[in-house]
Design a protein around this ligand. Structure first.
Ligand SMILES: [Zn+2]
Length: 411
């Protein structure tokens, strides 16, 4: 049958739930040798490889989850190149692009991005979509159609990325209503310098709107090098004043936090964990855009302090962010591109459980997916099998992969 199969593979130990744990053969990089069977798209057997001297020739991962992308502007770099590559330049080109934006152009970019993402091994993606007052809400009907069209291969979530004040307008309320029946997440930007009082007021309106329609929030917050943590502090204060901490909130970026003292980070982290705020670290755009001085080379680059936040029990996911647009000129919706760049730059060891959590498990929780990403009997046969025997092979330029969707080889 085309959706059944068997393989001898290596799986990172912390991604693999196996009954016969005592007989597992685990190598120095925490990869364990197992044989895996799947039938009708579901894993039916997972057991240690009997021959302890024989190392499997392939590594298996669950299909990936992308927590943060921007499908609506992907691949526009050629038309809107931000050659100075700073935040200000990216923002002004982004606004320039809105002037020529049409629903058809956006749909074309989304569809192209989706096909690539599926081919490269993603099973779920959250994408922000720029939202502004003059835009027709009709675009959302088309986007939700696309979401349905691809739903057998990939779970797609949309965040409406709007100025905070948008959520205090009739159009904002109308969109929240549409989201309450179709799915959809309220988004916004909090990046210093900002007026603290106004920001807090608009945030309050947004939180109340999310509560009214039972929606989640995902904010681009503290993507800066100035006023470290100013955005997250306002958010926490606003939540405290409103006395509502039941709304699922994601903070994307939080890169300036790294400039705070160790104890301040832990302190903020604890408050975030108490309020069930999740974090997405986005090293590629942060390292590319922020603290850029084209005359000197500096190593001072902000990125969310992943390990400190994890220590404070905050659920941290890794994400890719932009692909070939004014914010980031590279990328191809390939999880292995993102990891090959990010893992060394962040000093995250791939053989460590918390690193793998930020790549596979935390993203599955963030998107509320049915499957947590652990390979076990009964899980979907949704995986990528690589021609690889060690982590160095995974992060190499000539990676060969096979993507299986519900047990079937994707071609
Ligand atoms: Zn973003």
């Amino acid at each position: 049958m085309i959706n059944s199969g068997t393989a001898e593979v290596l799986i990172p130990r912390s991604l693999c739930l196996i009954e016969d744990f005592d007989n597992l053969n685990i190598d120095v990089e925490d990869l364990c040798s197992v044989s895996i069977n799947w039938k009708d798209g579901v894993v039916t057997e997972l057991k240690p490889l009997k021959n302890k001297d024989k190392k499997a020739k392939n590594i298996l991962f669950p299909r990936f989850v992308e927590t943060h992308s921007h499908f609506d502007k992907s691949f526009i770099w050629e038309d809107f190149p931000n050659l100075k590559s700073n935040y200000g330049g990216a923002l002004s080109l982004n606004l320039e692009e809105h002037k020529t934006r049409t629903t058809d152009k956006v749909l074309e970019r989304v569809e192209k991005s989706l096909k690539l993402a599926i081919k490269n091994g993603y099973r779920a993606i959250r994408s922000h979509i720029d939202t502004y007052e003059t835009q027709s809400s009709d675009i959302w009907i088309e986007l939700f159609e696309l979401q349905k069209k691809f739903s057998s291969e990939l779970t797609l979530q949309f965040v409406s990325l709007a100025p905070l004040e948008f959520w205090d307008t009739p159009n904002g309320e109308n969109l929240a209503k549409i989201f309450s029946s179709n799915g959809g997440i309220l988004g916004g930007v909090i990046v210093p310098p900002f007026n603290k009082k106004d920001t807090s007021q608009f945030l309050s309106k947004m939180l109340l709107l999310a509560r009214k329609y039972n929606l989640e929030i995902d904010l681009h917050i503290d993507e800066s090098i100035i006023e470290p943590g100013a955005g997250i502090k306002v958010l926490l204060e606003t939540i405290e004043n409103l006395k509502i901490n039941s709304i699922p909130i994601t903070c994307s970026h939080l890169s300036s936090l790294i400039s705070l003292s160790h104890s301040e980070i832990l302190n903020l982290g604890e408050k975030m964990a108490e309020n069930n705020i999740k974090v997405i670290a986005l090293p590629l755009t942060n390292f590319w855009l922020l603290n850029r001085d084209n005359k000197t080379t500096s190593l001072k680059r902000p990125v969310a302090p992943i390990k400190q936040l994890q220590k404070s029990h905050v659920d941290v996911s890794l994400g890719s962010d932009n692909v070939q647009d004014p914010w980031y000129p590279f990328g191809n919706f390939d999880p292995f591109y993102m990891l090959s760049c990010s893992i060394p730059m962040l000093q995250l060891s791939p053989w460590e459980r918390m690193t793998l959590s930020s790549i596979f498990l935390a993203p599955s929780r963030l998107l509320n997916l049915k499957w947590d990403g652990l390979i076990k009997e009964g899980c979907p046969a949704d995986f990528i099998i690589l021609d690889a025997q060690k982590w160095a092979d995974v992060f190499s330029s000539n990676l060969k992969r096979k993507v299986f969707i519900k047990g079937e080889l994707h071609s």
